[in-house]
Design a protein around this ligand. Sequence first.
Ligand code: OSB
Ligand code: MG
Length: 377
Amino acid sequence: MPIASPAASVALEGFELRVLHLPLVSPFTTSFGTETVREVIVVRALTDGGDGWGEIVTGASPLYSSEYTQGAWDVALRFLVPALLERGTMAPEAVAEVLAPFVGHRMVKAGLELAVLDAALRSEGRALGEYLGSMRDRVPSGVSIGIQRDPAALVDAVDGYLAEGYARIKIKIKPGRDIADTAAVREAFGTIALQVDANSAYTLADADTLAELDRFDLLLIEQPLQEDDLVDHATLARRLRTPVCLDESIVSAKAAADALALGSASIINIKAGRVGGYLEAVAIHDLCRDAGIPVWCGGMLETGIGRAANAALSALPGFTLPGDVSASNRFYTRDIVTEPAILEDGHVRVPTGHGIGVEIDPVALDDFTVARETLTR
Ligand code: OSB
Ligand code: MG
């Protein structure tokens, strides 16, 4: 259902943007590359109702999507933040509308919107989960595991996460590191909840290989083909018994509706950053729920800011599959919030504090900051 009751308007006084470098506990390898440090932009909205926090989930390079840190930094400071400050006073629900004339840059828009939303909800004393329509106080936690040195190393990694209690395992695949890796995990751990993510590494010419995955009873295969391959995904989906789930392709509610109309996917991964914000994410949740399509919450190696907001989003009723909403320590030894998300019985808690429900650790924030810029009205 759409947002039941809109948030308060706030007078925007300025925005502080910071680039942070957070070391990862271990390298994270996907079909598009390896990361050892998470580069991320943290947004602080300065308002008459107090500060609000958001996170721009771009990576350092445009490998997952066309967005990347320096491009995000530039477009935010040159166009998006000035447009918001120019408008002055607004409700969080108006942020997307003010930013709509600027094409693309959805992760930047999402981070700015979250900061305004957090400020507004904190000023009213409301929790983000309650505002978005959360129905649960905790959500099952899945973990995304990067490509390892070899299948044996992958089995070791999966073993560790299962021992911690993760409710669902996702492994990254790419051509040449697909069937044997998946077989090794299935053989080692039996009927665990298992899915794979290709991050666009295949083409339709690989359909025979991908069909070999059918024998592993996977929950889904995520984004086998390119972002704009909606028709090819529909063709592939007809070939596979494994459900096709889209991540990169779903950049908006419109893209989700198109994908469903074409039969490109039977499950959708929702990431607020990729779709331009938590409100657009709720719109996709709503349309999928009406269409009987399961959704789950994806992750972008979020700091404690995005991790808290993702837990709230994941508690909406249509999120019927475990998301990539892992504990903070899956990626970080030190987070920038005072109470990083922890795994409890395979779940993470939906914060109940005001706004995103977590407090920033100012010392950690400063320690990880490598660049900083403030624009005021
Ligand atoms: O495709 O889901 C993805 C991380 C960065 C970019 C893309 C993806 C991922 C993940 C990690 O799989 C998910 C997480 O944050 O736990
Ligand atoms: Mg993915």
